[in-house]
Design a protein around this ligand. Structure first.
Ligand SMILES: Cc1ncc(COP(=O)(O)O)c(C=O)c1O
Length: 483
């Protein structure tokens, strides 16, 4: 296949070149009626709809079918889909496609919130599988095959295994192939959230892609590590166990009926980029990365942590929390992907032979930020131990969940033992710390308060009101939804 071709991009260019007159949606009429700044408005020329020659994402037969077939070819999948509602919609659709209400799904505990939303919407029962603690990144890491084996033994009725590979921090572990083998022995599919690994297809030194390791359905945020626009994702199927038509039907139900052609074109372009990424491009990226890391190492106050994914690095500064370091870097114009109590996470640019980032000016800015911080730093206490979870826990979030008028906000004194109305989600990374329906423990309350004090931002059932922290709990106490 000629991957330099971008059928969707080319169709849009051809359409525009004919100077079409618009009597159709969208109402901005190729940007004419838009009040956006001129450079943003210029892109609206391509913000069109399902017009003749541009195909239809929900019943593709022309350029979108061609673009998706090229995507499948680039990734070695049987069938691939363009997603315009992020990996979020991929997670929703893949879980719904294999779970009916009441079905059991084995789910890695440190999954993105969209996975728990998918379980809730499907009315499924999740068995939470505790991942291994990753010493390198000091975060919840990859799933051990032994944990999955125990879960498969205890829950022979499970409809599938849901794995996050890699984690937000770039941890992959080494057990995915074994996990796939165990699940396939039981003839159930392995669903992978590879939101952070769309570039793994490029080969060593990047970790192997989940498709290469035999996964059945894989969702990837092409916008996170490739060149696609925010919201633009890929979904791949490579399985004889999965019903692809059913999956496609759920994708169609859950995605907008007006998919953005600008997003679709960016997916087509990202596929072309990844498929044409040459060994020389990779060497150029790796050489740039090495220079960058060497310069960072020279800043003695910084600790540089390399993860299993060469596209991610972590920076720590002694006696400063990640949040403080993040703020200091931001004041020097450097914006990181996320901060936690220990560190900040950088997502590096997947550079090519022809593109570059100036390490000198970037490192100068980082150096001035960390020096300033070093002079002012107030030592912060960093929790050493993760909250322990049992190896397997059952999560039931079904329609029996209480309605919103049974919710109430309570302060920390009154929150212990109360059931949460919604999950508590530090954002980013969007991985729930405590799950909807779970009974709050003193330890969890302290952890959330400590994180808020350090500068973490939360979504869901917690809010900070001045110095008061409140939790949204159920006014009527039911059974703990987790057991
Ligand atoms: C592991 C993981 N999965 C899924 C998602 C959702 O991806 P998207 O933003 O493409 O919807 C995210 C977003 O941060 C994520 O980190």
């Amino acid at each position: 296949m000629d991957h330099t071709k971008r059928p969707v991009v080319e169709a849009l260019q051809k359409f525009q070149a004919a100077q079409p007159v618009s009597f159709h949606v969208p109402g901005h009429k190729h940007g004419l009626l838009s009040g956006l700044p001129s450079d943003l408005k210029a892109a609206l020329r391509y913000d069109v709809t399902e017009l003749t020659g541009l195909d239809d994402l929900h019943a593709p037969t022309e350029v979108l079918a061609e673009g998706q077939a090229m995507l499948a070819d680039a990734y070695g999948a049987k069938q691939s889909f363009f997603l315009v509602n992020g990996s979020t919609v991929g997670n929703l659709a893949m879980i719904r496609s294999i779970c009916e209400p009441g079905d059991v799904l084995l789910v890695q505990r440190n999954a993105h919130k969209s996975v728990f939303h998918a379980v809730e919407l499907a009315g499924a029962h999740a068995i939470l599988l505790t991942p291994e603690w990753d010493e390198q990144t000091c975060t919840a890491g990859a799933l051990a095959a032994s944990t999955v084996d125990v879960a498969l033994e205890r829950h022979p009725d499970a409809k599938g295994v849901f794995v996050t590979y890699p984690t937000y921090y770039g941890t992959t572990g080494s057990d995915l192939e074994l996990i796939v083998a165990s699940a396939h022995k039981k003839e159930i599919p392995v669903l992978i959230d590879e939101a952070h690994g769309a570039h793994f297809v490029l080969g060593t030194p990047f970790p192997p892609s989940a498709l290469q390791l035999g996964a059945d359905i894989v969702v990837q945020s092409a916008h996170k590590t490739l060149s696609a626009m925010t919201q633009a994702s890929f979904l791949h199927v490579n399985s004889h166990i999965v019903d692809t038509d059913r999956l496609s039907r759920f994708l169609s139900m859950l995605q907008t009926s007006s998919p953005s052609y600008v997003l679709l074109a960016s997916l087509d372009d990202a596929r072309s980029m990844v498929a044409n990424y040459s060994e020389k491009d990779k060497q150029a990226f790796l050489a740039w990365r090495l220079t960058f890391i060497e310069q960072l190492h020279k800043m003695k106050v910084l600790e540089v942590i390399e993860t299993e994914d060469p596209l991610k690095i972590l920076l720590r500064q002694k006696e400063a929390s990640g949040y403080t370091l993040q703020r200091a870097l931001e004041s020097a114009g450097i914006f990181t992907e996320l901060a936690d109590e220990r560190q900040v996470l950088f997502v590096l640019p997947l550079l090519t032979e022809r593109t570059s980032y100036s390490t000198d000016s970037i490192c100068k800015a980082i150096h001035s930020a960390v020096q300033e911080l070093q002079e002012e730093a107030v030592p912060t206490s960093i929790p050493a131990e993760p909250v322990e979870h049992e190896q397997l826990r059952k999560l039931v979030i079904t329609t029996s969940n209480p309605v919103r008028d049974q919710a109430q906000w309570v302060d920390t004194e009154n929150a212990v033992g109360r059931q949460l109305m919604d999950s508590i989600v530090p954002y980013p990374p969007g991985i729930p710390l405590v799950l909807s329906g779970e009974q709050l423990t003193q330890r969890q309350i302290e952890e959330v308060c400590h994180m808020i004090e350090s500068g973490a931002k939360f979504q869901g059932a917690v809010r900070a009101n001045g110095s008061t922290v409140e939790f949204e709990v159920m006014s009527v106490q039911g059974d703990d939804h987790i057991g």
